[in-house]
Design a protein around this ligand. Structure first.
Ligand SMILES: N[C@@H](CCC(=O)N[C@@H](CS)C(=O)NCC(=O)O)C(=O)O
Length: 221
């Protein structure tokens, strides 16, 4: 039997959380090996496992993959979540890159010092409300279908819904004036695999807290 993917990261959301979401939504079980110290990271670096000396790193199907987007693309290809042709893939890429731009702001939000946090939160609220959410609402409205691309579930839907959860955690009600985004969120959340992932006790992480930040500081100096 093929081995489950093994995820190497610290015990927090960070850049790994989207990979957890996509694997879970695809129904692919995975194991995790959490780094706890700088030595754990050095060990991976010294044994040549990290092409750029960075994590996330995922051992999957005999490969040691790094670079978040490369990992997401592999998982999406493997599970037929990456469109049926070049044009669909181009759209999926375009949507996912927009999702990633806003999600990056939510990923780094917890590490901002208290004085900066307010400004960063306003930026997230503004970009969500005035740039990204209207753009995705418009896509859904333009074709009236259940999913962003090709009327079929793709990684764009899953990563967008992860983003909706992340932004709503920081700004409850952020999707209130976007009915089609809300409907997409409900639809994706009700997929059996995602429903399971959203339940307590799954491999989904809570928002990165102070403890998690301290741990990351120790690991990454
Ligand atoms: N472009 C990379 C960035 C990876 C990255 O910045 N990883 C951080 C942890 S989240 C890291 O390993 N930092 C240590 C370093 O850069 O030396 C990706 O998306 O995977």
């Amino acid at each position: 039997m093929a081995r489950k993917p093994l995820l190497h990261y610290f015990n927090g959301r960070g850049r790994m959380e989207s990979i957890r979401w996509l694997l879970a939504a695809a129904g692919e079980e995975f194991d995790e090996k959490f780094m706890e110290t700088a030595e754990d990271l050095d060990k991976l670096r010294n044994d040549g496992s990290l092409m750029y000396q960075q994590v996330p790193m995922v051992e999957i199907d005999g490969m040691k993959l790094v670079q978040t987007r490369a990992i997401l693309n592999y998982v999406a290809n493997k599970h037929n979540l990456y469109g049926k042709d070049m044009k669909e893939r181009a759209l999926i890429d375009m949507y996912v890159e927009g999702v990633a731009d806003l999600n990056e702001m939510t990923i780094v939000f917890p590490v901002h010092p208290p004085g900066v946090k307010e400004t960063k939160l306003s930026e997230i609220k503004d970009k969500a409300k005035n740039r990204y959410f209207p753009a995705f609402e418009k896509v859904l409205k333009s074709h009236g279908q259940d999913y962003l691309v090709g009327n079929k579930l793709s990684k764009a839907d899953i990563l967008l819904v992860e983003l909706l959860y992340n932004v709503e955690e920081l700004n409850p009600g952020a999707t209130a004036s976007f009915p089609l985004l809300q409907a997409l969120k409900t639809r994706i959340s009700n997929l059996p695999t995602v429903k399971k992932f959203l339940q307590p006790g799954s491999q989904r992480n809570p928002p990165d807290d102070e403890k998690c930040r301290e741990e990351a500081k120790i690991i990454f100096h």
